[in-house]
Design a protein around this ligand. Structure first.
Ligand code: ZN
Ligand code: ZN
Length: 718
């Protein structure tokens, strides 16, 4: 109910003077002499109630002044109201000051609880815990509100022993059967990744309400127990006394999306409609996300088009859906579409569209998004900064990536990792390692991703000892246990250096079961070092682990044909086609004047085909004069002189010839290839960079090669 007081009619804080003119008489500070007798505590109390609606800090300070002049500061009820009012006006520091000046006698459990809540909400969990301890030392007993306020702070410290200690106190004070405290305990344990303890509390609770169930479902979701989350949601549905709300439904939908159960997701969709919750944008966006994650883009689009008002989150979910389903052009298109509808992009929109542009190497589009980011002022957000660096690096421009990195103030581990990855992918392993050391020097702790990039850098640079050092100390120094990616990097590190037996031994001694990435790295190494015997053994393992990956068959078959064992090579290819697998045809892309052109091997479909093949003939002549002998072992499945021809029409060379014909003089050539580039193309690109005085960047499926003045950034170690 609104209190009929003049105070709440002061509409805006822009008109402070006019608003003060409608204040009750005794609040006029300009005429102190006219003040009659000081207001009674009840009047002050009413004023505080009214001010809690207007949340005008000027009113609050005026009332505060009145409380002081009326000698009412020691009244706990007024003190408590004033404390929470300052916090509501965003003046938490003022609230803390007031609290520290008040005498202990005027502070009751409500006062302490109010302060603990404020500190917890202000993300100062340690301060909240300190206050809790101070409260107990002054002899004030916590009640269930106090525990409900201090438990989120325990989750905030991320130290689960804090929560355990408070849990003991909860039991000691007899609140373990309280439904609010129990729900807060479940939530705290879930946030500390202690789902076992959360489930135990949950199971032992005599009563549970919607908040309790929601804490459980959300907790399971956050800890990635998606199947369990769906099971608990089904339990909720069985209970007549509990009516699931938007939190319950969106969590259930999110769980369905993450474990790919689109069928149950559809049923939840039906329930959402039945419960009339489609007007909640929270639920609508979760629904959209569920369809995207399950790969049902048609359903997602239908949902998107019929969902009514599309806020920025809706657009973001749709763009992410496109990105996760490899529809990068659509993601970019929807970003433009969103802007045309007048929706202001946020950090998530920017980083999503940057991922999309990076995936299709659309540098000019990425640059235009960079401009928009600068205008919007979100360049210092860590996810946007990281995405910018990644976009430039993936579009082949290390210089722009470095510039973007240098522009970011207050770099987080995400930005550092993005830059380390950029150096690593561009073959600048030493810079990557150096930057990692810089990052440590500036006090930033690496995360899982940083260490993957770092180890990959060591591997690509052949820094075996350094790699081992980082790997062996990562859990002790940085507290990160090696995962599959780290192990795979180590196998790659040893394999590239030709230490194949050691690499195999390493896999066999791994404490976790080696997955296809580790075995795949070893197969690549066997192929590079021509160890057919081990290669055959490793390929057999991979055929079991990844029966649908044609790459493994192709690699083994090529190893046979290089040794001249054509019969066995054919046998592997036959096996591959028996399993219904086809080798992905080699394709290269190149951007000219904002248009992407695609070339396949022996491609003759382009309008400029004649000129392209003439250009290639010219290049062939020039590199031959420089003493290039084609490495025909890279031309598989062809015989004799045809082998060499075959090499000359690899898709990246056609793309190069076309770019040389059409790009302005001196402009860098950026080619993207869907497979690994071959050794002979690598050599030809080196020559071409020198002959035509151009920077040529080839991004293949594994990494970048930047060719300048006859050299490659990878130093031929790849
Ligand atoms: Zn090639
Ligand atoms: Zn290279």
């Amino acid at each position: 109910m609104r209190v009929p007081s003049p105070l709440i009619h002061s509409k805006s804080h822009t008109a402070i003077h006019s608003s003060s003119s409608v204040l009750p008489k005794f609040l006029h500070t300009t005429h102190p002499k006219k003040i009659p007798s000081p207001p009674a505590p009840t009047q002050l109390n009413d004023l505080l109630n009214t001010a809690s609606h207007t949340k005008n800090i000027r009113h609050v300070t005026q009332i505060h002044a009145q409380i002081i002049t009326s000698n009412c500061t020691s009244l706990p009820s007024l003190l408590n109201k004033l404390l929470s009012l300052y916090a509501k006006c965003g003046q938490v520091d003022q609230s803390v000051l007031l609290f520290s000046q008040a005498s202990d006698g005027s502070k009751n459990v409500v006062t302490w609880t109010s302060l603990i809540t404020q500190q917890s909400h202000a993300s100062k969990p340690f301060k909240a815990l300190t206050l809790f301890n101070q409260m107990r030392s002054t002899g004030v007993y916590p009640n269930h509100f106090t525990f409900s306020a201090v438990l989120p702070a325990c989750a905030g410290t991320m130290v689960s022993s804090h929560g355990e200690q408070i849990h003991c106190l909860v039991i000691k004070h007899g609140f373990d059967c309280d439904i609010f405290v129990g729900s807060a305990l479940v939530d705290m344990y879930a946030k500390c990744s202690r789902m076992d303890a959360a489930e135990k509390v949950f199971d032992e609770m005599p009563d549970r309400n919607l908040v309790t169930w929601n804490s459980m479902v959300v907790g399971l979701l956050q800890n990635k127990f998606f199947d369990r989350a769906v099971l608990v949601f089904r339990e909720v549905l069985k209970r007549d006394s509990i009516a699931p709300d938007e939190v319950t439904f969106s969590s259930a939908l999110s769980a369905c999306g993450n474990n790919g159960s689109s069928e149950f997701g559809r049923q939840v969709h039906g329930l959402v409609v039945k419960e009339n919750l489609m007007s909640s944008s929270y639920v609508k966006n979760s629904l959209l996300d569920m369809y995207c994650k399950c790969g049902s883009l048609d359903d997602a689009l239908r949902q998107f088009q019929t969902s009514g008002v599309q806020d920025v989150v809706t657009w973001n979910v749709m763009m992410m859906g496109f990105v996760n389903n490899d529809k990068f052009e659509e993601a970019c298109h929807y970003f433009t579409f969103m802007r045309s509808k007048g929706v202001i992009p946020d950090e998530v929109s920017f980083s999503t569209v940057l991922h999309a542009t990076a995936s299709i190497s659309a540098l000019s589009q990425g640059t235009s998004i960079h401009d928009q980011i600068l205008k919007s002022g979100s360049v210092n957000s860590s996810c946007v900064g990281g995405a910018l660096i990644m976009m430039y690096a993936k579009c082949g421009s290390l210089a722009d990536a470095t510039r973007a990195f240098e522009e970011i103030k207050g770099r987080t581990v995400v930005c550092w990792s993005a830059m380390i990855t950029a150096f690593q992918q561009h073959g600048c392993a030493d810079q990557a390692i150096e930057l990692f050391e810089d990052m440590l020097g500036q006090g930033t702790k690496p995360d899982y991703v940083t260490l993957v990039s770092l180890l990959a850098a060591c591997s690509h640079a052949g820094r075996v000892d350094k790699g081992y050092l980082y790997f062996n100390t990562m859990s002790k120094i940085f507290g990160i246990n090696p995962g599959h990616e780290h192990y795979a990097c180590m196998v790659d590190l040893l394999g590239r250096a030709g230490r194949l037996d050691e690499a195999k031994k390493f896999i066999e001694l791994m404490p976790i079961k080696a997955d296809a990435t580790a075995w795949g790295a070893l197969l690549g190494a066997c192929s590079n070092h021509g160890n057919l015997e081990m290669g055959r053994e490793v390929a057999d393992r991979l055929f079991e682990l990844q029966p649908d990956n044609p790459g493994n068959y192709v690699l083994l078959s090529n190893m046979y044909s290089r040794e001249g064992r054509l019969k066995e090579a054919d046998e592997v290819r036959r096996l591959m086609s028996v399993n219904g697998l086809k080798k992905e045809p080699g394709c290269s892309w190149v951007d000219v004047k904002n248009t992407t052109f695609v070339f396949t091997v022996h491609d003759r479909s382009h309008a400029m085909t004649r000129e392209i093949y003439e250009m290639l003939g010219q290049l062939e002549e020039l590199v031959r004069k420089r003493g290039h002998v084609p490495q025909v072992q890279f031309s598989v499945n062809s015989i004799g002189e045809y082998k060499e021809r075959n090499l000359w029409y690899h898709s990246e060379r056609l793309a190069l010839a076309f770019a040389l014909l059409t790009l302005p003089n001196g402009a860098p050539v950026r080619i993207k290839k869907n497979l690994r580039t071959c050794g002979d193309c690598h050599t030809v690109m080196k020559f071409a960079s020198d002959i035509y005085k151009r920077e040529i960047v080839v991004r293949d499926v594994n990494r970048f090669h930047r060719f300048t003045d006859g050299q490659c950034s990878c130093g031929d170690y790849w």
